[in-house]
Design a protein around this ligand. Structure first.
Ligand code: FES
Length: 106
């Protein structure tokens, strides 16, 4: 279990208790987080699950994977900090994670 805070583009916050072993996207959808549409169901194809880790979390999550990098490049994502939440697996190490949602998902 990890406590994760999602900050919408308008600044409103939602905190969830995320379950380990599944993706951050799946946790967001299960908890009704607005702005995480996840149209492709987590197949790194749609780009509607983007999040921007805040503060030191960008480094702590490590670099984008190849599939993640490929999709974000093809979508001309220009923020290097953006991640696909469907490609982030939740663990206790992510307790306290704070992510912001991009304007495109507002
Ligand atoms: Fe489609 Fe993440 S859910 S790219």
């Amino acid at each position: 279990m990890a406590q994760v805070t999602f900050i919408a583009f308008d600044g409103s916050e939602m905190q969830i208790d995320a379950t380990g072993g599944i993706s951050l996207m799946e946790n967001a959808v299960a908890n009704g987080v607005d702005g995480i549409e996840a149209q492709c169901g987590g197949n790194a194809y749609c780009g509607t699950c983007r999040v921007i880790p805040q503060g030191a979390w960008g480094d702590r999550l490590g670099p984008r994977g190849d599939v993640e990098e490929g999709l974000l490049s093809s979508l001309d994502e220009d923020n290097p900090g953006v991640r696909l939440s469907c490609q982030i697996t939740v663990s206790e190490a992510l307790d306290g994670l704070v992510v912001r949602l991009p304007e495109s998902q507002s």
